[in-house]
Write a protein that binds this ligand. Sequence first.
Ligand code: ADP
Ligand code: MG
Length: 389
Amino acid sequence: MEHFNIIQALCRSALSTPNSAVVQQIIRLKEALKKEGHSKEAKSLDALLVPSQKALEMTPSKIKQSFAIGKGDELTSKTPIPVDKETSTPLAEIYFGDDLPDEIPVFEDAIKEAIFSIIAEWSKFDKLVEIEAYPASSCLIYGLPGTGKTHLAKWIAKQIGLPVVLARLEGLMSSFLGTTAKNIGNLFAFADRYNCVLLLDEFDAIAKLRNDPQEVGEVKRVVNTLLQCLDSRKNRGFTIGVTNHESLLDPAIWRRFDIQIEIPKPSSKVVMSLLRKFLQPLEFADNEIKLFAWCIDDSTGADVETLAKWIKRSSVIDNNMTFAHTIRQFALLNSGRVDENKRNIILNNEEEFINALIEDDKYSFKQVDIAPLFGMTTSSLSKLKSKMK
Ligand SMILES: Nc1ncnc2c1ncn2[C@@H]1O[C@H](COP(=O)(O)OP(=O)(O)O)[C@@H](O)[C@H]1O
Ligand SMILES: [Mg+2]
């Protein structure tokens, strides 16, 4: 069917932020195609629709501003933020709804479902309180740097419908003895006073104090203050902790959080979705996306974002470069982002690069997929392949 690839690309873009009107129209299109006998095309639309429909079903309606809300004061852009007494640096940044992300990060469905279920619980807060089943009011998000944890925490806050008081623990730590504990106390007093979500980012910073034997007393004081503050905040508002190094966290602090979510590295399926998302508004064919994913496999979402930016840039600047060449340049200048083995293969010589793709069993490249990436015809690629043997 002529131009179906454009229709499919349009649908894919529209479904990247699904809403029920878009989904409905694509279902209509799919039905019409099916009726006219284009069953292959209808099926491919179906494949696009399934995850979006699921996401729509799961997306909870905005949480009613019910939980512990209305008890505190309203936070506005004019509210004075507490500062470190010694250095006058603010202890937190405030984010209002418009500054918070609308989209949940791209994760495996199982993780998304778990997160949606917490939010669904919060949306039934009043009913749960009636039967004395208090929902969780704190959660700890942990995983490698660059996996989307801070983004997720902000998105959760947006669902709750309250501004975020974001404190980087590093920023609360003062070189003046006793001031760190005081800063933590002041931060919590501030967060408890206003209706907000308290986001404690880079929580592991506290653990760094431990490496210094001179700081034993200070560490104890800081950890104790933190424990007390977390306990007394329990019925006042939501608290989200984020850490890259969960093993550094004091077990007592760890236990204070009702929910703990581990964010893993993205799977290759998630990497491909992330690539499509970050490459927008540009559209790429499946074989191209597969090549990019192969190159950045086993990295974090932040690395995928960097690669996508690179591809976008080179598609404007050197638009007659083959994709294999773009990837080679990326590997050359991003040694920390590309797996060392793959990097050697990519940079060594073209034949080795082609061979590695042919033999890869995760992405199952076909020769017709590979040839255009290297600016070859399929027949010249098979000639090269038989020469390699
Ligand atoms: N799974 C993901 N989905 C969408 N964006 C992601 C994902 N993982 C990382 N990112 C992007 O990478 C960057 C770093 O994410 P961030 O939330 O700061 O990571 P972390 O807090 O885990 O270090 C952000 O621009 C974010 O949007
Ligand atoms: Mg972060």
